[in-house]
Write a protein that binds this ligand. Structure first.
Ligand SMILES: [Zn+2]
Ligand SMILES: [Zn+2]
Length: 345
């Protein structure tokens, strides 16, 4: 029986700093705890572009990029016990080792042995992808393919940063930087679903209406120091900042924190160093911490929010795999609103 994962249209990164090549591939039958999933859509992440640009030196070449994976199970390896053919699953962006201190304590996002899709493992830029029983969770009834595909790298990652790490509580105020992008448009919805008041920063004024429509209470604009405006809107400063841009917004975002406020850093789109005003941080007792990716628990929480209709995938661009290189240019030039998705055939 042909199960369709031979001769697939596939995007490859052959060489750093070169466009992706569209070719063909096949996947071998699953062994051990491996699972083959048939995807309908996958997301395009800024990390995919950074990988192409050479910011992740451990990338194995050639590689199939992409790590935003969800779909229906079509075949399982002999050791898979908790998942069956026909079930819908979503995958972490990596396969954790399952053995280390972090994996054993439910913090597999910190696993030093994790293998990331699109960097060490062939990823999602093709119809079928091979994942592991260790990387997937069930997708609940009523969750769409788009919401499932972004539940690890987008919504689960945001949940991890603002709930698990920053501990945001109902009634608190959060500042989101880069709010019109793939992460930001979903961070607005998650923060609202958790009962927070949302101030959204963007460099793209044309996205204002959509940012408000996604649920933001206020919008502020970068290009200048926006901390004064944020303080006016938040009675002296915000409880939490989700910083997803880096150098262009970091300083104003830090100055937007109230005394005792905390900042989760999740993005570094322009990887230049930032200045840390140590005196200010000490005087205000601010906490700054990195937050990386998501765990399976975070994915389950994010999927629950989608099942409840509170978090929807926002995307103004769904492309065929053939257009992947031009989509990268659109993302670099911030022409996307929300997630760029690839429709897989
Ligand atoms: Zn991603
Ligand atoms: Zn581990």
């Amino acid at each position: 029986m042909c199960i369709g994962y031979k001769g697939m249209k596939t995007a490859y990164l052959d060489e750093l700093k070169h466009p992706l090549r569209i070719g063909e591939s096949e996947i071998e039958d699953p062994a051990g705890d491996e699972i083959i999933v048939r995807q309908e859509v996958t997301g395009v992440c800024y990390r995919d572009i950074l990988t192409m640009d050479g910011f992740f030196p451990r990338v194995r070449l050639p590689i199939v990029p992409g790590h935003e994976i969800a779909g229906e199970i079509v075949k399982i390896g002999p050791d898979v016990s908790r998942f069956k053919v026909g079930e819908r699953v979503a995958s972490l962006i990596y396969i954790p080792c399952g053995q280390c201190e972090f994996c054993r304590s439910g913090r597999e996002n910190l696993c030093p042995n994790k293998k990331t899709f699109g960097e060490l493992l062939d990823g999602s830029y093709r119809k079928y992808v091979k994942v592991s029983e260790k990387s997937v969770v069930h997708v609940p009834e009523g969750v769409g393919n788009h919401e499932a595909a972004i539940s690890a790298c987008v919504t689960g990652m945001i949940y991890h940063a603002i709930r698990v790490e920053a501990g945001i509580k109902e009634g608190e105020t959060i500042l989101l930087t880069g709010s019109g992008g793939g992460v930001g448009m979903h961070a607005i919805q998650i923060a609202k679903a958790l009962g927070a008041r949302v101030i959204a920063e963007t460099s793209s004024k044309w996205k204002t209406d959509q940012i408000l429509a996604a649920g933001a209470d206020h919008v502020v604009y970068s290009g200048e120091d926006f901390s004064r405006k944020v303080k006016e809107l938040s009675d002296g400063g915000v409880d939490v900042v989700l910083e997803s841009v880096g150098k262009p917004t970091f300083d104003s975002a830090l100055r937007s924190l109230k005394t005792g406020g905390r900042m989760a850093v999740i993005g570094n789109v322009i990887p230049d160093p930032v200045n840390l005003p140590l005196g200010l941080i000490i005087l205000k007792g601010n906490r700054i911490f990195g937050s990386i990716s998501s765990t399976r628990e975070d994915m389950k929480k994010a999927l629950e929010l989608s099942a409840a209709g509170k978090v929807k995938a926002i995307s103004n661009m769904e492309i065929p795999l053939d257009n992947i290189n031009s989509a990268y240019e659109d993302i670099r030039n911030r022409r996307n609103l929300g997630r760029v998705m690839i429709k897989l055939e």
